[in-house]
Each structure stands twice: as structure tokens, then as C-alpha cells.
Ligand binder design. Structure first.
Ligand SMILES: [Fe+2]
Length: 188
């Protein structure tokens, strides 16, 4: 799209009550249960569910081309509530391809958990609720988990050259999982 990359891009628009993103050049990607094979521990439960079930969608703005050094992207993620067995719906999770690139996530709506994992698989979490702003340091994998009953909406900003390394998570996962225990989220 010739109009997408401009020296002085027009502003995009966030509805702060819903997190919805609109404006020129907004892109969207949707992840379904079927596309998240191998992510959840309870494979039998995963198989029993409808593979076209939407788990999350990301609407994002890339005012400069992917891979540009020194640029920034902006995005909104809507993560649906639900579970596969006892494990809450979550995003795939990733390291950045350029490992030292940091990122911000901020919660607009809903409740959840931000999962972090260092390169040595040490895993920890932070509670997400409307207004929380989460700094993701470089070299730390990150994933969002919806522990509530409504969609979890977050905004994010990341480096345009950060890239995504999903493969490390696909093969090894995170060091811990967020599951329900006696009605409460529990990192195990
Ligand atoms: Fe990221």
C-alpha cells in the first residue's frame, strides 16, 4: 500500500473505553484454537473444542515497515475468556527476534495475568486489571492470560525491528502455566 508508510503519518485513533483501534492502515490478525496446536497442556480437552473458536485478535498499526530500526508500532489485543481443561485462554507468547528489545503492555478492560519468562525459563507473573501498565524488559518472553469472564483488552507498543520468535515458545513453552484451582487463578 503506497500510502501506508509516510514520513509524517496521520494519527490513528484509540477508543479508550473499549481499546478499539481505527484509522488508516490498521491491520488485523486473528488466532483460533486450531492455530494454537500444542500450546495448551490438556491436549484431549483442546481436541474436544471447536478449532474455529477465536482465542484472540490483534489490531495493529505499523507506521513504518517491519524491521525498521528506531521505529515504533502500536497494537490492541482482545483475548477472549475461556479455558482448555483447567488452563486459561492465553496468547501464544514470544521472545523478540532481536532479543534486547523491550515493550509496553497496558490493560484497558478485563482481568488477567502477564506472564514473563527469562532466557533461563524462570517464569513470573503480574496481575492485569484496567489501568495497569507493564514494562517488558528485553530478553524476556511474554504472554497474556485471561483469568476473568469478559474479554481482556490490552494496548501495546513495541520496536519496529523487534520481530517475533515464536519457535522457542512452541518447542519449550513457558516455565509455568496459569490454571484454575478452586475457582482462582494459580501459577503452577
Ligand atoms: Fe512482544
Amino acid at each position: 500500500m503506497s500510502t501506508q508508510f509516510k514520513v509524517n503519518p496521520q494519527p490513528t485513533f484509540v477508543d479508550w473505553s473499549t481499546g478499539d483501534l481505527s484509522g488508516e492502515g490498521i491491520e488485523e490478525s486473528v488466532k483460533t484454537l486450531g492455530q494454537l496446536a500444542g500450546l495448551f497442556k490438556d491436549e484431549a480437552a483442546w481436541r474436544s473444542m471447536d478449532p474455529v473458536t477465536e482465542v484472540y485478535r490483534v489490531r495493529f498499526w505499523r507506521p513504518v515497515p517491519e524491521g525498521t530500526s528506531g521505529g515504533l508500532f502500536w497494537g490492541a489485543t482482545i483475548l477472549q475468556p475461556g479455558r482448555v481443561g483447567d488452563e486459561y485462554f492465553m496468547t501464544h507468547g514470544h521472545f523478540h527476534a532481536i532479543r534486547d528489545r523491550a515493550e509496553y503492555y497496558a490493560t484497558v478492560k478485563g482481568t488477567g495475568a502477564m506472564l514473563f519468562m527469562g532466557e533461563e525459563e524462570h517464569t513470573w507473573s503480574q496481575t492485569m486489571k484496567p489501568g495497569t501498565v507493564h514494562y517488558i524488559p528485553g530478553k524476556v518472553a511474554h504472554r497474556v492470560v485471561n483469568t476473568g469472564h469478559e474479554p481482556l483488552v490490552i494496548l501495546a507498543s513495541w520496536h519496529s525491528d523487534a520481530g517475533h520468535d515464536y519457535a522457542s515458545i512452541r518447542t519449550k513453552g513457558f516455565g509455568k502455566r496459569m490454571v484454575v484451582r478452586e475457582g482462582e487463578p494459580c501459577l503452577v
